[in-house]
Design a protein around this ligand. Structure first.
Ligand code: UDX
Length: 455
């Protein structure tokens, strides 16, 4: 394997996971971020996000990693430069590309003498690769003196899930490479070969899935790679919203959506995953990417009613918590409601677009007093200071004297609570299982009135 020199611009989830994974595979990695504090933290071996095993793998790959804020140090020697900066939602749903633009300009100003592949790793609108190309070229050409180097831009969208980011990177279902330049495809194929051929030594804490011998590499043109990312996230979003819509009907006709999901998911054409009904999706990707897809559609005069409906159904799921509690408790004013979980899903401290925040705000609006607990995400809500909720040290404290509990994030520790004593400690032992993650029979036996989502 040829050891390639890579630079990753942006040390968020995507950038950092890829940096650590590439270093583990044997490549040299320079992580570049404009945030001095982040760079200092990473240099000290600490990671600024909560992601299982990332810090461990950083420790074992440190010798091939450096951290800097300086483009002049990082870019000239790199064979491959990944741009993995944030692209938050801007006005009208389209992503804000300021950081991408600034990064592309700085990369262009510092390109070295050889051939460099500049890779768009951030989720960016269709056509961004051409735009980045133009920015890099412009900055490169403005440089004084002789310019010997050449470059090509490629698109390499990211499909990792938070909480299993390293697993999804090392054991990727597929790697998508979009490029118009064959040399770029060759360099990136070489870079990813240990993954596509699965030749790296698996880690004890990240064993290779049984039967995985190769991981697919899909090469496309630039625009297709860009659209693959949006289409993949939109499809997953609508799968979740579809099962949530069926869940609502199931509830009305007296059926159980968990059994329905099993029944339809067993059809290989449908597939079992992403059919878990509940409070719907949150996180940094689905909401942002479906909004961006709609914005792109609008730009080209195309309505996208399916994507729009997936979003509408998703926001409705959050409203359903208040509706269900109102139905059970009649009056929420003065009642104490406990929320178990704040993060948008387990194994992350990420609160971006987390259903819990919306649900808490709606309950507070109705005059309820809200108690919350999360094993890792509480500090962020506390420091934000926007929600007037009561932060609890444990699930027990959340439950004590409460009128209802809502399971918002299915952290494993919540599945194993001593339910009998939890029920006894409540004023009213009512539980709304917002993720259909608990054992209905066990809870009923423990003295709870159990309500699920679509059961
Ligand atoms: C997602 C995509 O899965 C990933 O490929 C992409 O790169 C980024 O966006 P992520 O946001 O980390 O990843 O989380 P994911 O595990 O996909 O879950 C997203 C949300 O959907 C969570 O809030 C989760 O609770 C919810 N979800 C997921 C459901 O409600 N039901 C399901 O069946 C699956």
């Amino acid at each position: 394997m040829r050891r390639l020199r890579t630079c990753i611009v942006g040390t968020g989830y995507v950038g950092l996971t890829n940096a650590v994974a590439l270093a583990y595979l044997g490549h040299e990695v320079v992580c570049l971020d404009v945030d001095q504090a982040k760079v200092a933290m990473l240099s000290a071996g600490k990671i600024p996000i909560f992601e299982p095993h990332l810090e461990d793998l950083l420790a074992s790959s440190r010798e091939r990693m450096t951290f800097t804020t300086d483009y002049a140090q990082a870019i000239p020697k790199a064979d491959v430069v990944f741009i993995a900066v944030g692209t938050p939602t801007g006005e009208g749903g389209a992503p804000d590309l300021r950081y991408l633009q600034a990064a592309a300009k700085s990369v262009g100003e510092h390109l070295g003498e050889g051939f460099t592949v500049v890779v768009n790793k951030s989720t960016v609108p269709i056509g961004s690769a051409n735009w980045v190309e133009a920015i890099v070229r412009d900055a490169f050409q403005r440089r004084a003196g002789e310019k010997k180097g050449t470059f090509a831009v490629a698109s390499n969208p990211e499909f990792l899930r938070e909480g299993s980011a390293l697993h999804d990177t090392l054991y990727a279902d597929r790697t998508v490479l979009g490029a118009d330049d064959q040399r770029a495809v060759e360099v990136l194929s070489e870079l990813y070969r240990p993954i596509t051929d699965q030749t790296f030594e698996p880690l004890p804490y990240l064993p290779r899935p049984a039967g995985l011998t190769t991981s697919r590499l899909i090469t496309t043109d630039l625009a297709s790679a860009e659209l693959i990312k949006y289409a993949a996230n939109a499809f997953l979003s609508l799968k979740i919203s579809f099962i949530n819509e069926i869940a609502e009907l199931a509830e009305r006709v007296g059926a159980d959506v968990v059994q329905i999901a099993e029944g339809i998911g067993s059809d290989a054409r449908v597939g079992r995953s992403f059919l878990q009904a509940g409070l719907g999706w949150g996180g940094s990707c689905f909401g942002k990417d479906t909004a961006a897809l709609l914005a792109t559609g609008r730009e080209y005069g195309l309505e996208m009613p399916i994507v729009k409906a997936a979003r509408d159904v998703n926001w409705r799921q959050r409203q359903r918590v208040t509706d269900k509690l109102l139905n059970e408790l009649k009056i929420l004013k003065g009642k104490t409601i406990g929320l178990l979980g704040l993060a948008f899903k387990p194994f992350t401290d990420d609160l971006r677009d987390a259903p819990a925040l919306d649900i808490a705000a709606r309950l507070l609006e109705r005059g309820a007093s809200v108690r919350v607990h999360d094993p890792v995400a509480m500090a962020r809500v506390k420091s934000d200071g926007k929600l007037a909720v009561h932060f609890c040290e444990s699930a027990h404290e959340v439950a004590e004297g409460a009128d209802a509990l809502v399971l918002v994030t299915e952290w494993p520790e919540y599945r194993r609570l001593p339910w009998e004593s939890v029920a006894k400690s409540m004023r009213n032992p009512l539980i709304l299982d917002g993720r259909n993650a608990l054992e209905q029979q066990q809870l009923t036996k423990a003295g709870f009135r159990y309500i699920g989502m679509g059961r």
